[in-house]
Design a protein around this ligand. Structure first.
Ligand SMILES: NC(=O)c1ccc[n+]([C@@H]2O[C@H](COP(=O)([O-])OP(=O)(O)OC[C@H]3O[C@@H](n4cnc5c(N)ncnc54)[C@H](O)[C@@H]3O)[C@@H](O)[C@H]2O)c1
Length: 336
């Protein structure tokens, strides 16, 4: 059966990385359908994009009946919708149902409706703590959280669809992403927006644990570009590919760099207990991304932080107002 594949579907496209994927796709001339139930995503994240090019379907990825007509038109599905790491601490079952089971259901629907390609956006969290660095894709996967485990399950399902059915799936593992529209609020709040807003508001930066834990921070335009390439490069089909910057930064150094960029080099640091299941070390080996996707991160950390600072300044909302939605210790290990 031949049919027109006119659109690109982005699940989680109203979220932080997803909305940047949508922005870049629109920039390259695509017609995009966003599927997002707006649990953590926002309409405002897409507000600057032409309505004629972006359709927002407010739906749960598990509601396949609602998704079906959109899948039937799709040339590629980029699957980013998920619930986050701190959510998995208080609600592990729901986290699994959306991230793992939801991905399996979506894969099955995409294959059934003949979607030509499926890009699964996994996470560096599937590795757990690095046993060596930089980490190639062959590094053991040993997730420390239910989130990491659920992302790994989704990734394994996507890989199995390629192995079993010859379905064109690609699995990408972004490392920690930051930039405009990143989350500072509630259990979605991430370290860079929280540090930056706290600096701007003259509040102390709170480091959990001793601050020697490391991450590979990647600017969101780089993460999104790599994700899009995974949907267009034929050599990527069936592969699992890291998307990082290759830079390893301790949280202590990150705090100092954010404080300098924000013009508050004397910002106070407060220390608190380590986070449950916190990964100690992450750093990507980008050789495969370079070879297969021609992908290289372009934005150095200081440049990306400066861009984020400019973005916050252009929002016309004070850091103090934004911080009203911050939860400092944004996880809860008590049994619900
Ligand atoms: N932010 C990072 O540093 C990072 C790093 C590695 C991987 N990732 C991956 O990138 C993807 C996007 O992450 P993000 O940081 O933009 O998070 P995000 O929370 O901003 O985006 C996820 C989106 O999914 C939506 N969503 C959640 N449950 C849904 C459901 N049941 N049905 C439909 N939509 C639903 C949310 O409303 C949100 O808009 C995720 O798959 C995540 O695992 C993110």
């Amino acid at each position: 059966m031949s049919r027109p594949h006119r659109t690109v579907v982005v699940t989680g496209g109203a979220g932080f990385i997803g909305s940047e994927v949508v922005r870049q796709l629109v920039g390259s001339g695509a017609q995009v359908t966003v599927v997002d139930n707006l649990t953590n995503g926002k309409r405002e994240n897409l507000a600057d994009l032409p309505a004629s090019r972006v359709t927002l379907v407010e739906a749960d990825i598990r509601d396949i009946d609602v998704l079906t007509p959109h899948l039937q038109e799709a040339a590629v599905v980029y699957h980013l919708a998920c619930l986050g790491v701190r959510h998995s601490v208080h609600s592990p079952i729901e986290n699994h149902e959306v991230n793992a089971a939801g991905t399996l259901g979506l894969l099955h629907a995409c294959r059934s409706h003949g979607v030509p390609r499926f890009v699964y956006v996994s996470s560096s969290e599937v590795y757990g703590t690095a046993r060596w660095a930089p980490m190639t894709e062959e590094h053991p996967t040993y997730p420390c959280t239910v989130y990491g485990a659920s992302k790994l399950a989704g990734e394994c399902y996507a890989r199995a669809f390629h192995q079993t059915y010859g379905y064109s799936t690609v699995m990408v593992r972004p490392f920690n992403s930051y930039g405009p529209r990143s989350h500072h609020e509630g259990d979605s709040g991430e370290v860079i927006p929280k540090f930056l807003l706290r600096c701007l508001a003259g509040r102390p930066l709170v480091i959990f644990g001793d601050g020697t834990q490391t991450r590979d921070f990647t600017y969101v335009s780089d993460s999104a570009r790599g994700i899009i390439l995974a949907g267009t490069a034929d050599a990527a089909i069936g592969r699992t590919i890291n998307l990082g910057s290759g830079g390893e930064v301790t949280i202590n150094d990150l705090a100092a760099t954010v404080a300098q960029v924000a013009g508050r080099p004397d910002a106070r640091i407060e220390r608190d207990a380590e986070r449950p299941g916190d990964v100690r070390r992450l750093c990507a080996d980008g050789s495969q991304a370079r070879a297969v996707l021609g992908y290289e991160a372009r934005v150095p950390l200081r440049v990306g932080l400066t861009e984020l600072l400019k973005w916050y300044r252009g929002q016309n909302v004070s850091p103090e107002t934004l911080l009203e939605h911050e939860v400092v210790r944004n996880w809860d290990i008590t049994v619900a």
